[in-house]
Structure formats: C-alpha cells, structure tokens
Design a binder for this molecule. Structure first.
Ligand code: NOJ
Length: 667
C-alpha cells in the first residue's frame, strides 16, 4: 500500500539524564502547543497529568502495576527521558477520510527500581493536537522475563465532575447495551470508550488503541469521585495478563475536543496502531449488502433445518437476484451449515464450518452469484466455542476461498468463550486476532459480531472491516424492552462509534411485528435512511427482508449510498439529542448527509458550506412528511429535489424520532 505520503521522521531526539531528586517533572506538548502532558516522579512513584489551553483536565494520576509477585509501581528512579517528534500522512484503504494525519511529539520516561531486582519500566507518552496516548513498555532485561499482571494501576483523575455516557462492563453482554448518562462519580465499572462532557465546550473520551495479547481495559471510579482507574478484564482464574518481556501494553488514549463532532473526526486511535501488514489490498472492498437475516430475527425463517429453513438454495437465489437488480455487493446467508439445530448457542462445539445443510447447494449458489455479478457472504456462528472454530479455521476459510466468498461474518453468541473466558479477556483478544490474521491469508474480509471492543486493529489488518459490539437494529425485532429508544443512535456515534466501524444494520422498512407485538423500530423511515450515513461501516447491510423493499421509492437512498468516504464533517451535534454528519463519496464528487433527532421534533438548519465553492449540486432530500411521527405515523417520507450551492442553507423539519437523508450530486 502506498501509505506513507509524507514522512518527517524524528525531527529531533534529545536524551536527558536526570538524577533522583524528590520530585521531578518532564513535559511534552502537542505540536500546536494546546495540550501539555507532565510526567512526575515523586517518592519513587510515577504520575502524569494533562492540561489543555492551560486548563487542568486530568489531575495527577498514578501509573504502575501489581504483579503476582507484588507491586511494580514504586521505588523507581529515573534512568532517562527521551524526546522525539513524528509526522506522516497515511492513506486509509477505506474509511471516513482518504488520508489520516499522524503528527505528534513523544516523551519516553525510562525508570528502574532503585534497589533489589532493579527491574526496568518505560512509559511512552504521545501528545497529538487532538489528545494523548500513552503505553507501558517492559524492555528485555535480566530480572524480568515472564510475568503475570494482577492489576494495572493506571488512573485517569478527571479534574472535575462531568456527564459520562456509559454501559456497565460486567453486566452488558457483548457491549449490546443502552448508554446511560450519569455523573462520573456514580459510574459502575464501565466499558471504554467512555465519553464525558466536562462543560459546554469540553469533551473527552477515554479508550485504548492497539489491544494486542492483553486484556481489554474497563474503567472504575475510585470511591465516589471523578478519579477513574483501569480495570482489566480477568481470566476465569483471576489473573489479568500473562506476559513476557520485551512487551508493550496497548495505548491508553484520551481524545480532547471542543465539541462532540470533533470526537468523531479524531483519528488518534488509528494513528496509535501499527501500519498495514497486508501487501496486496486489492481484494479489500467496501460494499453494501443484504442478507437472509431479518427473517430469522422476525421468526419467519429458522437458522436450523425444518419447514421454515431460511438458507435454502431457492431462497438464496431470490436474494441474489434482488442484490443483482439493485447493485448490492453481496448476500449474507446465515444457517447454511450443520450445527444450528437445537439450542445452538449452548452447543457451539457442534458447528461444522464446511458441511452445508442438504437444501443449500454452495457450489451451485457460488456460480449463480458470479453470473449475477454479486457475491455470497459467508457466516461462521461459533456459539462462543473458539476451540472448535480454531480447529476448523483453515479448512473453513479455504472452503470459502474456493467458492469465491471473500467476506465472512463471525459470531460468538455465548456469555463466555468456551464456556469459561470473557470475550474481552486476554484469551478472547488472542482468539479474535488469530481469526483476522488467518482470514487475511485466505484474502477474506471479516465482520466480527460479539467481538472484543475494537481498538483500531483495522489499520494493521484492513480486512477487519466492521464489528458489532453495539446494540444494533436486531433489538428492534425481539428485545423485551420494546426496541432501541429514539435517542440510542444519537449517542452511539460518540461512544462505541469512536472505537471503529459499527455493524448496526440500519434499513428496516416494515415495522409490523407479529411475533413480538410490543417490540418495534422506534424511528421514522427517513431516520432509517439517515442512519446509513450517520453510522460508519465500510460493509453495511440493509437489514430488512427483500419483499419489504418492493415498491418503496425511498429505497433509492439506500441503493445509492456509498459506504466508503473521502471526507467526513459533523456540522452539528448534541450527544443524546441530535447529530448531523456529511460525508463525501470516495469515488465521486457527491456528498451524502444524514441527520437524526431523538424523540423530540426539531428543525435542521444546515449550512452547505462543506460543498465546493462555486459548484452546483442537485439535492435529493428524503425527509419526514408534515404529519410523520415515529410512534403514530412513521412511514411517510417526502422526496424533494432542489438545486443548491455552498452558499445556501437547508431548513428542514424533523419529526419526533425522525431524520433526514440527503444526496448532493455535483452537476
Ligand atoms: C447474533 C448476531 O448479532 C446476529 O446478527 C446473528 O444473526 C445471530 N447472532 C446468529 O448468528
């Protein structure tokens, strides 16, 4: 990949040797000078703090570990401090923009225990214009070889109380929760990204980057204060991480922004991952697809064998015909293989990933897909049985490769992997990475459901296209609480969405629910359309059954909407209330806008200043009709056309629970 467009590497390297006085502090600033990180060594312990525009954001916060043998957070003396700078612009194979700017100043604080084993530890701090990343590094050394981490002591002492949007770490399966706003001090132990409003014009989001052979980080308040501490997901035996020096932890990240939209356009997490490892990426292609899927969730079809089996050759051909007619890149087929009969999520070890059910002819269907110029999309539900899956991984991917299937959706429906370990534990992290790496060898793209929280691995392995780890559209089919409330999608772009693409699967057009009459889609149709722009995913599935798209003029927005972008801007947003995102298509000069509101009706006043000056665009606007309301009258959509320029502003009423989707076609 031609990713390094411009490198200015190591502008300077300065090594400062320092003594071991009582309190020493060392500072690194962001390239624009707005953010300052200070590391302090006091009484043998290391701390850091962060200011922005001279305002303290993170107070003095401790760093360090508890190992099985005891604490590794004290009795340190400074060995040396190294400073450096780096700047590059790299090309994103797919994404919300074509390129990412990766410019930072770095400070590495190297410590050594004053006496005893004299073990060494370094902390690497990077200051970007949009935030901070830091990680621990255990260098190769005589007295630290294999070690077991029982606790990571990293603190994030947020300088004042704030409003945090969170889901609890240990009581939410697969991160599929509704984010709740609360004071920092009253949080449970929560997942990251944790996004906090610290005032009208200050937003921070704490997460991690490059989670590799380590446990995922959660956050827990220390007492009833706004001081948070890292909480690593444990193994079933209680240990957190098994490691061997030399070893680096994931980066701990804090994005700092004036407004919520700036969180969305930060590429700090991606910048802290390693560059692309896949040489030829020509086979990695974003797309929009459909699936034999909603029918299972609505209980029209079954995954397992029987009279309602969904994944039949006949049905799949109908979906392939529809995909071909409307230009979809593929058809996901779930329930094609042995293992689904009975309570599959309890018996994941029964899944075969190579043996199709007798009424599903893989050979015939793959040929049919080729003739129709579309693709089958593979599915590997594991029921969380990773040992069974790993034993079949090579044969499973090689079968799909043989039949030209180059996207596979994986699934891990079981609260524990192999009935023992959590998805977000080091065990889970190791498994998920192994699947991505193996898939790359077979030139297969992955859509990972029930994953560990993403941390930017797609920069290194761009075949990791998208992931679930979010409460998606499927909850509108069967969730006992009635479905996703209208504010849900105005929150997730600022929380889970900061961790990477979300396979939310918007696009349900028929809200009737004969099986679960108290559950339904709580949006208008225009909002279903807008979500295709709001929620970024380079592979995005139109959720509904194909029959529900027939004779619906508004379906044209979904079939026209790209899933890969060269620019993204967020003209307005208030977390939990509304958000508007405009994205420029990667392969044309056209822009697409999505705007959504919560349960409150509102006016969208959108200046079109992001368009090219002096150019004319044809706007096709899909908006809520005058009497549309998500509860009482969700279906009416008005489709209007207008000629617009960058000087103009669109003023559009959005219904309660509604939204607007706009195509802007350059003339
Ligand atoms: C849960 C996934 O999120 C859903 O998309 C899938 O249909 C089922 N598991 C079955 O694998």
């Amino acid at each position: 990949m031609k990713q390094l467009l411009n490198i200015v590497y190591l502008l300077f390297l300065l090594i400062a040797f320092a003594g071991c006085g009582k309190e020493q502090s060392y500072i690194v600033s962001s390239p624009d000078g707005s953010i300052q990180l200070s590391a302090e060594i006091e009484d043998g312990k290391i701390y850091y703090s962060i200011s922005r525009h001279s305002l303290r954001i993170i107070d003095k916060s401790q760093l360090g570990f508890v190992f099985k043998e005891g604490n590794f957070d004290r009795n340190f003396r400074l060995d040396e401090v190294q400073y450096g700078s780096f700047s590059e612009t790299w090309e994103q194979p797919w994404g919300e923009e074509l390129t990412a700017d990766n410019t930072y100043n770095q400070m590495t604080v190297c410590l050594e225990e004053k006496d005893g084993l004299k073990r060494k530890l370094s902390v690497i701090f990077r200051a970007f214009d949009d935030g901070i990343g830091f990680r621990y590094h255990f260098p190769e050394q005589e007295n630290l070889a294999e070690f077991i981490i029982l606790d990571e002591l990293t603190e994030f002492a947020v300088s004042k109380e704030g409003k945090a949007w969170s889901i609890p770490a240990y009581h939410t399966e697969y991160y599929e929760g509704l984010y709740k706003a609360s004071d920092i001090s009253s949080l449970d132990t929560v997942c990251t990204p944790l996004t906090i409003e610290l005032g009208d014009s200050l937003y921070i989001s704490i997460h991690e980057a490059n989670l590799k052979d380590y446990a995922a980080m959660n956050l827990t308040p220390m007492g009833k204060t706004s001081r948070l501490k890292a909480d690593l997901t444990p193994w079933s035996t209680g240990e957190k991480v098994f490691a061997k020096a030399p070893f680096s932890t994931p980066w701990r990240t804090i994005i700092l922004a004036d407004k919520p939209g700036d969180l969305i356009v930060s590429r700090l997490m991606l910048n802290l991952n390693e560059p692309n490892e896949i040489e030829d990426i020509s086979w990695i292609q974003p797309g929009r697809y459909i699936g034999i899927w909603w029918g299972m969730h609505m209980e029209k079809y079954t995954w397992g064998q029987g009279p309602k089996h969904g994944a039949t050759t006949k049905n799949t051909k109908l979906y392939l015909d529809f995909a071909a007619k409307h230009g979809f890149s593929g058809v996901l087929v779930e329930g094609w293989n042995y293992g689904w009969d009975g309570s599959w999520s309890q018996h994941g070890d029964q899944f075969s990933f190579t043996k199709p059910y007798p009424d599903f002819n893989l050979d015939e269907l793959s040929k049919y897909a080729t003739i129709k110029n579309t693709h089958l999309i593979g599915h590997h539900e594991t029921g969380g049985a990773t040992i069974n899956y790993e034993a079949q991984l090579d044969s499973a991917f090689s079968l799909y490769q043989k039949y030209g299937i180059n996207v596979v959706k994986t699934g891990y429906v079981n609260p524990l992997l192999d009935k023992k370990e959590r998805h977000s534990s080091q065990y889970g992290v190791r498994h998920f990475r192994k699947v991505i790496e193996t898939a790359a060898k077979y030139r297969i793209m992955i859509d990972n459901h029930e994953p560990v929280m993403p941390t930017g691995l797609q920069r290194t392995y761009p075949n990791l296209m998208t992931q679930e780890g979010v409460r998606g559209q499927e909850y509108d089919a069967w969730s006992a609480d009635g479905g996703n409330p209208p504010e849900h999608t105005t929150i997730i772009p600022f929380t889970r969405g900061l961790a990477g693409p979300m396979d939310f699967t918007p696009g349900t057009f028929n809200f009737d629910n004969p099986v679960f009459p108290n559950t339904r889609v709580q949006t208008t149709i225009a909002k279903q359309l807008a979500l295709n722009v709001i929620i970024f995913s380079p592979l995005q599935m139109a959720s509904d059954m194909i029959e529900n798209y027939e004779n619906r003029p508004e379906f044209s927005f979904i079939t026209s909407c790209p899933s890969n972008w060269s620019k993204t801007v967020v003209p307005e947003a208030k977390i939990g209330e509304y958000v508007t995102i405009a994205r420029k298509d990667r392969s044309t000069e056209n822009w697409f806008v999505g705007s959504i509101t919560n349960a409150k009706e509102r006016m969208l006043n959108l200046p079109l200043s992001f368009l090219d000056e002096g150019a004319k665009y044809k706007a096709i606007i899909y908006k809520d009709a005058p009497d549309t309301h998500y509860k009482t009258n969700p279906y009416p959509v008005s489709i209007e056309e207008a000629e617009v320029t960058s000087q103009m502003q669109l003023n559009i009423r959005q219904a309660a629970g509604g939204g607007t989707a706009i195509m802007l076609i350059k003339q």
